[in-house]
Design a protein. Structure first.
Ligand SMILES: [Zn+2]
Length: 282
């Protein structure tokens, strides 16, 4: 026997009603207020050049907002120690680090590329207020500098991640020079800061890359110790714990908030505090 058309219609109608209710609920949700834990909405770039590791933000809590559900999951860290930077070896090539040989209880969060720029990202970083490094693709950053300037105001520092995000390994000196030096120059022009560090796209590099990094006036290049994606930390060693000096890689992706919180929880569980990479490279 065939189901009567009316019965089918009724069940379709019920489904539609549920869908519409959900849609209506999301449509009528109030716009998230731009809450901040302190500072003017458009703090100048130089207000936190990344050298201020005096401690976590101690300004009063922001008023309640939907965003507070994220903020409540941010671990509390002790103040970062006064940095004891490592000395970068002199020579014709820049060094590349997978992790930093430091003994202080710190780890470094790095965020790459810049493709997805979601309003929750600066909200989270302003609330969490810890230092981090952004290796940005120069033209991507130049299209929406205001987004990244908000992140600078939250403790982020912009560094070089090329112009077109190619795999540099095996490419000519001239090509790599264009990608690395012009990326640096462009980002410095966009943000009015001086860049010091470089990350090769995909982690692909060769000896030419390290020579070019040095020749472009950058101090060091960075690989990574752990990655974070979909709210999960992927460890490169069997220990499954962040170690002092580890460099954690994540990206500007739709899961940014989950990824940042996963990274911070992992750093916290390891008894470490987030610190700024730039402050550890003399
Ligand atoms: Zn990248």
């Amino acid at each position: 026997m065939v189901v009567p058309p009316r019965a089918r219609l009724a069940s379709v109608g019920a489904l539609l009603a549920v869908a519409l209710t959900i849609l209506a609920a999301s449509a009528t949700a109030p716009p998230a207020p731009r809450t901040r834990s302190g500072g003017p909405p458009d703090a100048p770039v130089a207000s936190n050049g990344g050298d201020d590791l005096a401690g976590p933000d101690t300004s009063p809590a922001a008023p309640a907002s939907p965003y507070d559900s994220f903020a409540s999951r941010i671990p509390k860290f002790p103040p970062a120690p006064v940095p004891q930077p490592i000395t970068v070896p002199a020579g014709p090539s820049a060094p590349i680090y997978k992790r930093l040989p430091v003994t202080q209880p710190v780890a470094f969060l790095t965020i790459d590329d810049g493709w997805f720029q979601l309003p929750d990202d600066p909200r989270l970083m302003l609330a969490a207020h810890f230092p981090f490094t952004m290796f940005l693709i120069a033209p991507v950053a130049a299209k929406n500098p205001g987004f990244f300037q908000q992140l600078e105001g939250a403790g982020g520092v912009v560094e070089d991640h090329t112009v077109t995000h190619p795999s540099l390994k095996g490419a000519s000196y001239e090509f790599q020079h264009h990608e690395i030096c012009d990326g640096r120059t462009s980002l410095e022009h966009t943000f009015g800061t001086t860049l010091h560090l470089f990350r090769p796209p995909f982690g692909n590099y060769d000896q030419t890359t390290l020579r070019v990094v040095h020749d472009c006036g950058l101090k060091a290049a960075f690989y990574w110790s752990e990655t974070v994606n979909n709210g999960v930390v992927a460890y490169q060693t069997a220990e499954h714990q962040i170690r002092a000096g580890d460099i954690i890689l994540m990206h500007f992706r739709p899961g940014f908030v989950r990824d940042v919180i996963a990274a911070l929880v992992a750093i916290h569980n390891a008894g470490l505090t987030p610190a700024l990479l730039e402050n550890y490279i003399a």
